[in-house]
Ligand binder design. Structure first.
Ligand SMILES: *[C@@H]1O[C@H](CO)[C@@H](O)[C@H](O)[C@H]1NC(C)=O
Ligand SMILES: *[C@@H]1O[C@H](CO)[C@@H](O)[C@H](O)[C@H]1NC(C)=O
Ligand SMILES: *[C@@H]1O[C@H](CO)[C@@H](O)[C@H](O)[C@H]1NC(C)=O
Ligand SMILES: *[C@@H]1O[C@H](CO)[C@@H](O)[C@H](O)[C@H]1NC(C)=O
Ligand SMILES: *[C@@H]1O[C@H](CO)[C@@H](O)[C@H](O)[C@H]1NC(C)=O
Ligand SMILES: *[C@@H]1O[C@H](CO)[C@@H](O)[C@H](O)[C@H]1NC(C)=O
Ligand SMILES: *[C@@H]1O[C@H](CO)[C@@H](O)[C@H](O)[C@H]1NC(C)=O
Ligand SMILES: *[C@@H]1O[C@H](CO)[C@@H](O)[C@H](O)[C@H]1NC(C)=O
Ligand SMILES: *[C@@H]1O[C@H](CO)[C@@H](O)[C@H](O)[C@H]1NC(C)=O
Ligand SMILES: *[C@@H]1O[C@H](CO)[C@@H](O)[C@H](O)[C@H]1NC(C)=O
Ligand SMILES: *[C@@H]1O[C@H](CO)[C@@H](O)[C@H](O)[C@H]1NC(C)=O
Ligand SMILES: CC(=O)N[C@H]1CO[C@H](CO)[C@@H](O)[C@@H]1O
Length: 468
């Protein structure tokens, strides 16, 4: 399809190809220059206990499944399918997409697990989520929203977090068996073909709507072999470009590496579109950074002024990457505590109250975190500032942002729609009460003593490695 000039004498052919090429260019322009303003649809096609506790609370309190794997295992295939089918049908529907559009957003990031496509022998997971991903793409298209398909769980778990489907904190098993890695490649090949191959005439809607595919969410680089992560990225990228006829964006999570790490990542395969200048820019690759300030006691103990300034420096670091490759904040939230029940996982307490398994001293009180009527004026103001600063900084210094998550059953800090309702999330998104041009203009702000902020990532890793 890249040789239309030599076929100039064949009018029908050129008509066909020029249409095709126009379509491809259109797609590539849109995908590579797209400014993301999105939300994730967390807890829908991959369960997370804190997002939908109602699915987990009916179990005996001593035996609550910690993730989707154990949810399915404990219920058995029939009952698990029955409950999941109901959940898939009801947690999101077309109306959500209309409201998402109405809030001024332009895309959704949809987490899905490998088991929606293929299972390992003996996996207790039940299949069926793929149909809902397809419906979601249709609903997105109807509402002029783009979709980023996010492979959120791979066989053996890429991070050991419950959100990968299989919790095994500190022991990501993804690379431990070659079968697990090859199944990951197989699933991604299905995704590339289904959502991005122009030969599949039945999927035009997919090609126009799915602008990005994230090959794996949050691989825990510090505990995995980074050479293997890079090799995986490189190999699956080659598959994507071979199988897809559209130049959509392939997303690599930063694998919890330091800012700037991916600037020099160049060992990508020479691919069919004959790229000679091997910088990530030419590959239509996007680097995905996630930002939370609640997964270490150091971050939780910061004043609001410190949170605001740490957001500024984070966004500026991403800004510095833009000359090497585009990058987004693919997850962020309004959270200033880790208080929401089960946020850290079923059976685990909060750092904020200094509970097990964490060893830090108590920072504050969690009891009213999901009870809006008990929030103080000061608290509401601080949350609004935190959200405004992130919107301001991420939209100015990065390729965009995706809030985690659109809705939850009970939380405030993690629930986009509830935050809109409580006027923590601005509507329209660019309206501001406190943060103008990156500065907190609130006259009555308390000048908290500024201590140099701990390295956020270091704290997270120390906690993962040492405390759990
Ligand atoms: C909870 O435990 C009791 C006693 O062991 C058992 O009878 C019951 O079936 C269990 N319920 C569930 C939902 O597993
Ligand atoms: C989506 O679900 C909500 C809540 O159950 C319901 O009110 C709404 O009518 C549904 N929308 C569609 C399009 O089915
Ligand atoms: C995977 O292998 C590593 C190192 O070989 C080991 O420490 C870890 O326990 C294994 N993880 C699982 C889930 O088997
Ligand atoms: C083509 O797209 C349809 C959905 O529109 C999908 O069901 C089918 O699996 C795709 N075919 C291939 C070969 O990917
Ligand atoms: C589409 O089909 C044609 C003819 O079978 C083939 O030559 C081409 O490589 C296919 N393109 C893609 C992207 O699969
Ligand atoms: C790649 O580009 C070079 C120089 O632009 C050209 O000579 C060569 O034919 C191209 N190769 C392919 C496979 O298109
Ligand atoms: C390769 O791309 C980089 C970044 O886009 C650019 O700065 C550099 O000049 C390019 N090199 C060549 C040889 O085109
Ligand atoms: C795909 O998009 C990237 C980024 O815009 C661009 O550099 C590259 O040339 C495009 N590739 C094709 C085959 O259009
Ligand atoms: C939080 O900061 C205060 C004052 O700077 C300090 O006394 C306390 O130990 C810190 N708590 C934690 C858990 O780091
Ligand atoms: C970010 O962009 C908005 C709108 O373009 C602008 O009003 C604001 O001042 C900018 N902030 C910074 C820190 O540049
Ligand atoms: C906005 O902030 C930037 C630096 O962040 C500064 O260069 C610019 O002058 C400011 N604009 C206004 C209108 O204050
Ligand atoms: C965690 C883990 O290692 N999961 C699976 C990886 O693949 C092997 C071989 O298929 C399975 O036995 C493991 O359970």
């Amino acid at each position: 399809m890249y040789t239309p000039i030599t076929t100039r004498w064949w009018p029908l052919f050129i008509l066909f190809y020029s249409t095709l090429v126009t379509a491809l260019l259109q797609q590539s322009v849109n995908a590579a220059s797209f400014k993301y303003r999105g939300v994730a649809l967390g807890g829908w096609l991959v369960l997370e206990p804190y997002i939908t506790p109602s699915l987990f609370l009916p179990f005996n309190s001593s035996d609550i499944p910690v993730d989707e794997y154990h949810f399915c295992k404990q219920l058995g295939p029939e009952e698990a399918l029955k409950q999941l089918e109901t959940h898939w049908q009801t947690f999101y529907n077309q109306s959500d997409f209309e409201r998402i559009k109405g809030y001024g957003l332009n895309m959704v990031r949809i987490p899905i697990g490998y088991w929606a496509f293929e299972k390992l022998p003996g996996d207790p997971y039940v299949m069926g989520a793929q149909k809902y991903l397809d419906k979601a793409i249709e609903w997105a298209a109807e509402n002029d929203l783009k979709v980023w398909v996010d492979l959120h769980g791979v066989p053996g778990s890429q991070n050991g977090f419950d959100n990968s489907g299989l919790r095994n904190i500190g022991y990501p098993g993804w690379f431990n068996h070659t079968e697990n890695l090859s199944l990951t490649h197989k699933v991604l090949k299905q995704i590339y073909t289904k959502y991005g191959n122009i030969n599949n005439s039945s999927s035009t809607l997919y090609q126009e709507t799915v602008i990005a595919i994230e090959v794996v969410n949050e691989p825990l680089g510090p505990l995995l072999d980074m050479n293997k992560v890079k090799q995986f990225y490189s190999e699956t990228y080659k598959d994507a470009r071979e199988l897809q006829s559209i130049n959509n964006t392939i997303v690599f999570h930063d694998a919890f590496q330091p800012m700037g790490y991916w600037n020099t990542f160049k060992n990508l395969p020479q691919i069919s579109n004959n790229i000679t200048n091997t910088t990530l820019k030419n590959y239509n690759i996007l680097i995905d950074h996630h930002r939370y300030e609640v997964f270490s006691s150091g971050a939780l103990n910061e004043t609001i002024a410190q949170h605001l300034s740490s957001i500024e420096s984070f966004a500026q670091d991403i800004g510095d990457e833009q000359s090497h490759h585009p990058a987004v904040v693919g997850e962020w939230s309004a959270a200033l505590t880790d208080c929401t029940p089960w946020l850290n996982g079923v059976g685990l307490g909060s750092r904020y109250e200094g509970q097990e398994p964490y060893t830090n001293s108590r920072i504050g009180d969690c009891s009213n975190i999901n009870n809006w009527s008990k929030w103080s004026k000061e608290q509401k103001k601080n949350y609004r500032k935190f959200v405004e600063m992130q919107l301001d900084q991420y939209s100015n210094h990065t390729q965009g942002y995706i809030f985690w998550t659109f809705k939850t059953e009970t939380t405030i800090e993690w629930d986009f729609e509830r935050l809109v309702q409580y006027e923590i999330m601005p509507q329209p998104l660019d309206s501001r009460k406190y943060i103008f041009n990156g500065t907190d203009t609130d006259k009555s702000k308390s000048n908290g003593i500024r201590i140099s902020a701990n390295g956020w990532l270091t704290s997270v890793l120390v906690l993962i490695l040492v405390c759990i």
